[in-house]
Design a binder for this molecule. Structure first.
Ligand SMILES: C[S@@+](CC[C@H](N)C(=O)[O-])C[C@H]1O[C@@H](n2cnc3c(N)ncnc32)[C@H](O)[C@@H]1O
Length: 287
């Protein structure tokens, strides 16, 4: 069997993905090659020659990616901070930008011992698990309404030793997590926030569940419910962070400022300078 130079197979894959309009063809071609060869991406050059069946398998995966199936669905996993979660049809694929929310949340918890944390709209449970893994002393709760997403969340939480309490609930419920009322140190939320009808790339439009992406005509439907629920859940001095659409850089902070029980409202930008998430704090108790 004539062995094939791996770099030629990767170059062919990169061309196919570029032609299909994939945003990061080199990265995706190398990542799929690493999956097929069974090594980390950075170690591909240690395998200059591969057998023809390896090339065939790479072509098969590249053909799937060329249909704009998300890379993470093909790999079966997505990474958020310190955790890798299983993802696939019916659950939202965690995005790198949500790591900003995670980092901010971990920062505000630095001086809080055994914090109580709630992740609203948890999807795969990636964010809740990332907090639980980073802060083993935390008690982390995760809320999700969609039955298929709940199945993925359950699977991921079990794979991490059950370190998160999963609740099948709707953030619009009046009595959401009433047992945690005024006890929560940190609420994190990456909700569906895209205004209905917004055109989206095929990876999102065809593979993320619509209920995980769209947030009503103005994109704010679930965010409004999350602000109300959080105002009741947070203890005095507790923190809240909500990821939002880049068109909501003024709307979400304004919504937070309207709540008398919330203070210290701030808007945060991503690395590209786009408005990405807003934070607030439950006003501290008056002495
Ligand atoms: C943008 S995804 C975020 C998932 C996860 N937090 C992440 O960052 O990967 C939003 C999630 O909210 C869930 N969701 C939508 N409406 C909800 C509601 N009313 N109550 C609870 N969860 C909801 C969706 O099913 C979806 O899993």
């Amino acid at each position: 069997m004539n062995r094939v130079p791996l770099r030629l197979a990767i170059a062919e894959a990169e061309r196919m993905l570029a032609d299909a309009g994939v945003a990061s063809p080199r990265f995706d071609a190398e990542t799929l090659a690493a999956q097929v060869v069974g090594v980390e991406r950075g170690r591909l050059m240690m395998h200059p020659l591969v057998d023809p069946p390896v090339v065939e398998e790479l072509r098969r995966l590249v053909a799937r990616r060329a249909t704009r199936e998300p890379l993470q669905h093909i790999l079966g996993t997505a990474v958020l901070g310190p955790v890798t979660v299983a993802v696939g049809p019916g659950v939202f694929t965690p995005r790198p930008e949500t790591e900003l929310l995670l980092e901010w949340g971990l920062r505000v918890l630095r001086d809080v011992r055994a914090p109580v944390v709630v992740d609203l709209c948890t999807g795969s449970a990636a964010l809740a698990l990332a907090v639980a893994v980073s802060r083993p002393d935390a008690v982390v709760h995760a809320v999700e309404a969609d039955p298929t997403a709940l199945t993925w969340a359950r699977r991921n939480i079990d794979a991490h030793g059950g370190v998160v309490a999963l609740h099948s609930a709707d953030v619009r419920w009046n009595d959401l997590l009433v047992e945690l009322e005024a006890r929560v140190d940190l609420v994190l939320c990456n909700p569906p926030y895209v205004p209905d009808g917004t055109p989206l790339p095929p990876e999102v439009a065809s593979f993320d569940p619509p209920g995980a992406v769209f947030g009503g005509p103005d994109g704010m439907e679930i965010i409004r419910a999350v602000v109300s629920a959080s105002a009741g859940l947070l203890r005095h001095g507790g923190h809240l962070a909500i990821e939002h659409d880049d068109t909501h850089g003024e709307t979400v902070p304004a919504l937070l400022r309207r709540r008398r029980v919330l203070s210290d409202v701030q808007e945060h930008h991503d690395l590209a300078g786009r408005p990405r998430f807003a934070t607030a704090r439950r006003v501290p108790a008056t002495p």
